[in-house]
Design a protein around this ligand. Structure first.
Ligand code: ZN
Length: 207
């Protein structure tokens, strides 16, 4: 898939992400790795009305390749390029600030389910990357620590990020991360988890 073809997918899933309620209109960013570089949603642009010719293109070296699109590149592109660097097996990435996942990130807490068997099977845990200052390379500094072994991470004082083989899988993963954060929160409100035994948790993680 080349950059031109990938733009269609970015437009389709930007709209879905905005409609999902996980982000506000301008928040978050989606990207794809292509045969000839990368494409990513532009900064400060309505995701419901995004057009293909407004999608940012980066060449294979990560250089902004289509300034004629009239849009600005998001400073968070650094997160995406670093994710692709440390995960050569994935071609799609979504960064988002959904309410419950971001609440965990802002609280500085990883999501470590002990009772939700589905979440344990899917993620084991959703680790917390330490804070990195926005608009600098530090924002992505901790991805190399956790992303090699996890498809979803929280970004301390910031939000969340998922990677997957394609955009459909990444979108589903973002939905699951947010739902898992919601469930963990509600379970705490109900008095805490009905924890599974450690050996059962380890078994589920291997499934
Ligand atoms: Zn962000």
């Amino acid at each position: 898939m080349n950059r031109q073809e990938a733009k269609k997918i970015i437009v389709e899933y930007a709209k879905l992400l905005a409609q999902s309620g996980m982000v506000t209109l301008y928040e978050g960013n989606l990207s794809l790795r292509c045969s000839d570089g990368y494409v990513i949603t532009p900064s400060s642009t309505n995701k419901l009305t995004l057009k293909e010719n407004e999608v940012i293109e980066l060449d294979r070296d990560g250089i902004f390749a289509n300034p004629e699109c009239g849009k600005k590149i998001s400073s968070e592109y650094r997160l995406h390029l670093e994710a692709y660097r440390v995960r050569p097996d994935v071609d799609a990435c979504i960064h988002f600030h959904s309410t419950f996942a971001t609440a965990y990130a802002v609280a500085g807490k990883a999501i470590e389910p002990k009772g939700d068997s589905t979440a344990i099977i899917l993620y084991g845990e959703i680790p917390l990357c330490r804070y990195g200052r926005p608009r600098t390379d530090a924002i992505a500094a901790d991805l190399k620590k956790y992303l090699p072994d996890h498809d979803a991470v929280l970004l301390e004082n910031h939000g969340a990020m998922v990677v997957a083989k394609d955009m459909e899988a990444a979108f589903a993963s973002a939905q699951i991360v947010e739902k898992t954060a919601q469930i963990e929160w509600l379970v705490k409100a109900l008095g805490g988890e009905s924890c599974l035994p450690d050996d059962e948790i380890e078994f589920l993680k291997q499934l």
